[in-house]
Design a protein around this ligand. Structure first.
Ligand code: ADP
Ligand code: MG
Length: 834
């Protein structure tokens, strides 16, 4: 009979689970077997077949995917049974088949009376002894003697993975045991402590252990079956219910000791568990309950219990095979678990403490690998000599006296640090971090002057053409002043995509033969075809828009030039220690004197008219205004169109007496240049613009910036927009506008109203949105951190210190092949950085 059932199930499988293996359908066949054949069989056969029927109960009404799973399990069960058919049902070797066989017992004899047994001991999870040497070489797949486990072999080498499960694992990108070990849990549930049943609280997630004292299944039609169990311990009893899992009745009847985890509800004034996770209390380690339980990312059709069971098997077999790649002294110094133990404990922790220790180890790995990469790069960079710029202090004072203003204390300090670098003979790699308007450009100009007076060339790269042009004008102006007049100043050339034809050829030639000392431009500067004669200094404005690759490209252009990066985006200290760890940082944390805070105010949609009146009055007083009309997540074309429409509306209806300009990214370079020149010369008073004015535009006479759709922007971007004004000693204003309901209560808008400091705003942004938005991962150049947190300053500092120490003793990591391989892997996951 068993064999016949097997054949029919196989047939059904080849037929594609359509419930049509036999006339009338498989379900019909199974029902007949239950009614007619079962009573005539010998008792052991009854038991076996009963188990199969139980398992396939509801097949006809199950979904296709479910049928497949049911059938696979059923077939497996039959194979198991036939393998042991010579003996009676027990003992069977595999715990799984043992459990199934037990659940197939037909006699339901609920224990009565609430006299629950004392709580059984949960056997602690086996743990490698501390300091045990990693990777016992002869790990074998459980039970299958002779088959060596292969971390990078197919995941199917674990027993019990059928085609369906395999397919789902592949959906989760789990192909090998190593992949599975790296598929860390998203979180853990604390099911480690049992609440006495009498104390279970409705509304809480609880875990309890007890004995099933009653169980029955009620059928309500072909698709509906409710199994209800009463579970008791010394302190009381509680009901638990499950839907459409009728096999539970037999399971609990033969194995009444259970652990339940889940939410406690009130049902008709009675406490009950609804569909709790359950687990039998056997000699095996508890896996789904009664411990700290990992929660994994799932995919459709993959149940938490199935994945967790697989993960446990995988961790037990393979975690110990993970080779230790950290040098022993590093592990000791940072007090870290072995990789094998950390992996096991991060999946299935014994305690919250071991989970934390495991997390710390895995987080350390990520940070340590980043530090090694960054510090090694820095050391490499610094090994070669850099150009040496001589500049006497008296000469510096002379230059400073020629500026139209005195440097702030902070500018002076940054300048001193830059000068020390360029005089040292080692290549500078410095970041100047200063809020919008803090005066970074002049510091860069002085460094460029130092380069030129020592016979070197310097380049300045800006993120946009508009900004490059503006820098071209301000740098030319500053150098004229520093050298007394235009006649004695070095030759400065502009090189952007907009410079074409004859002008371009001339500029390229001048840069190549060295007759031009300075080039200002966009990325075009480091494109192929641009050759420089003696590049000694590269200044990069708004660095976080430039990738590491470009920096490398710059370096390859010349002679290991000094690199000076300017940014208005404050780098959180922890990021500064990680990805910017190869940069020295100077901070300009002071504004030029006389600057007034930009008054910032939110205007309701109904107050728009008042906002326009305000702008009109400012213009009547001789000032100018930006009206920024940016769209988020729209194409540049859409943005340009929207801004154009707004420009027409404002020009015709709102400000018919004023001169308006329009600026957007779709305009030709020449047009943009003309628009900017007109605005800079106050020939236009109101500039309607898309987000192209975000960075760096410097028109000190502009005192109002109105930002439309303000609620859609990040704080850093709003702050950049706001930074277009407040560039003189006049009082400036920032008007925030939006038609979106609820914008008035937006916490970001509140923050920008109340806060002037870009550094403080970046901090708030970080708190509100996480660092990902402030520094998109790609922009930051950081590899994807899976465990480490950038808020963990202690661990970051420890990893940096130990990475430095290791590089001191082994600069090329020649003795650490495992570590080198891991470094490669980390950066190749998702970052172009190498
Ligand atoms: P950012 O740091 O945003 O690049 P800029 O370098 O564009 O700022 O400087 C902003 C404005 O402040 C410029 O007009 C510049 O001439 C002026 N400025 C810079 N330093 C000083 C100073 N020490 N005193 C007065 N004005 C200054
Ligand atoms: Mg600037």
């Amino acid at each position: 009979m068993l064999d016949m059932t097997r054949k029919i199930l196989l047939l059904e499988q080849t037929e594609g689970f359509g419930d049509k293996a036999v006339v009338g359908g498989l379900q019909e066949f199974l029902d007949q077997v239950r009614r007619r054949s079962l009573p005539q069989l010998r008792p052991e056969e009854q038991l076996r077949l009963g188990g199969i029927l139980e398992l396939l109960d509801g097949y006809g009404s199950a979904a296709a995917g479910e049928r497949k799973a049911m059938l696979e399990t059923g077939l497996q069960l039959i194979v198991d049974m036939q393998a042991h058919s010579a003996a009676s049902i027990a003992p069977s070797t595999s715990p799984a088949s043992q459990r199934r066989a037990r659940s197939a017992r037909s006699v339901v004899s609920p224990e009565t009376g609430a006299a629950a047994q004392s709580v059984p001991k949960v056997r602690p999870v086996r743990r490698p002894a501390a300091g045990a040497s990693p990777a016992p070489p002869a790990a074998r797949l459980g039970g299958r003697a002779g088959i060596a486990a292969d971390l990078d072999g197919p995941i199917e080498q674990l027993p019990g993975i059928g085609a369906t499960l395999l397919d789902r694992l592949h959906k989760l990108d789990i192909r090998t045991p190593r992949d599975a070990l790296l598929a860390y849990p998203q979180r853990h549930l604390d099911r480690s402590s049992f609440t006495p049943i009498g104390n279970l609280q409705p509304g809480q997630l609880e875990t309890a252990m007890g004995t099933v004292v009653q169980v029955h299944t009620q059928r309500r039609g072909p698709r509906m079956a409710t199994t209800t169990a009463v579970v008791a311990d010394d302190s009381g009893q509680i009901m638990a219910t499950w839907f459409n899992q009728p096999y539970l009745q037999r399971t609990f009847a033969s194995q009444p000791r259970v652990v339940l985890s889940g939410k406690v509800d009130l049902f008709r004034l009675q406490r009950q568990f609804s569909s709790p996770d359950w687990e039998l209390v056997t000699d095996d380690d508890l896996l789904h309950t009664g411990r700290i339980v990992p929660v994994y990312r799932l995919t459709e059709g993959l149940r938490p219990k199935a994945l967790r069971t697989l993960m446990k098997r995988c961790v037990d077999t393979f975690a110990q095979l993970l080779p230790e790649f950290l040098p022993e002294e590093v592990r000791r110094a940072a007090n870290l678990m072995s990789l094998a133990e950390a992996t096991a404990q991060y999946h299935f922790p014994d305690t919250w403490d071991t989970r934390l220790a495991a997390e710390r180890r895995l987080a350390f790995d990520e940070l340590f690998l980043i530090q090694l990469t960054v510090l090694q790069r820095r050391r490499e960079w610094q090994r070669e000599p850099g150009p040496r710029f001589e500049l006497e202090d008296t000469r510096v004072r002379e230059l400073l006296n020629r500026l139209p203003f005195a440097l702030t204390e902070a500018q002076r300090h940054a300048l001193d640090e830059v000068l020390a670098d360029v005089r040292s003979g080692r290549p500078m790699n410095r970041l100047i971090e200063g809020d919008v308007g803090s005066g970074k450009t002049v510091v860069a100009a002085l460094a460029m002057q130092a380069a030129v007076s020592n016979g070197w060339q310097a380049v300045l790269m800006a993120p946009t053409e508009i900004l490059a042009e503006q820098h071209y004008h301000s740098i030319t102006d500053l150098l004229d002043r520093l050298n007394g007049d235009a006649f004695h100043a070095p030759v400065v050339r502009l090189l952007t995509g907009a410079v074409k034809g004859r002008a371009r050829t001339d500029t390229l030639r001048a840069l190549k033969d060295g007759s031009a000392s300075i080039a200002v431009g966009t990325q075009a500067l480091i494109q192929q075809g641009v050759e420089l004669d003696r590049l000694g200094l590269a200044v990069v404005d708004e660095q976080h828009r430039f990738g590491v690759d470009q920096r490398k490209g710059l370096r390859q252009k010349g002679f290991n030039p000094h690199v000076l990066v300017l940014t208005a985006t404050p780098i959180p200290r922890t990021l500064g220690l990680t990805i910017y760890g190869d940069l020295d940082i100077s901070v300009i944390d002071e504004m030029p004197p006389g600057r007034l805070p930009v008054k910032t105010r939110w205007f309701n949609p109904e107050e728009r008219g008042r906002a326009y009146d305000f702008i009109r009055r400012q213009v009547e007083q001789g000032r100018q205004a930006f009206i920024i009309y940016p769209l988020v997540d729209e194409s540049e074309r859409m943005e340009a169109r929207a801004a154009t429409a707004e420009y027409e509306r404002l020009r015709q209806r709102v400000f018919p007496t004023l001169q308006l300009g329009l600026l957007h990214g779709r305009m030709k370079s020449r047009e943009k240049e003309e628009v900017m020149a007109a605005f800079a010369a106050n020939r236009t008073q109101v500039l309607v613009s898309t987000s192209v004015v975000e960075v760096g535009i410097d028109v000190p006479n502009a005192t109002v910036v109105a930002i439309e759709g303000a609620e859609r922007f990040g704080l850093s971007q709003l702050h950049q927009f706001r930074g277009r004004v407040g560039r003189s000693s006049e009082q400036s204003y920032c008007i925030l506008l939006s038609d979106a309901p609820g914008a008035a209560t937006n916490p970001r808008l509140k923050a920008i109203e109340e806060t002037q400091s870009g550094f403080r705003l970046a901090q708030v942004d970080l708190e509100l949105r996480g660092y990902g938005d402030l520094f998109g991962t790609r922009q930051s150049g950081l590899p994807n951190l899976r465990v480490a947190k950038l808020t963990d300053t202690e661990l970051i500092e420890t990893s940096r210190r130990l990475a430095n120490a290791l590089l001191d003793s082994d600069p090329t990591l020649a003795e650490q092949p495992g570590l080198r391989a891991r470094m490669e892997q980390l950066w190749h996951q998702d970052s172009e950085l190498s």
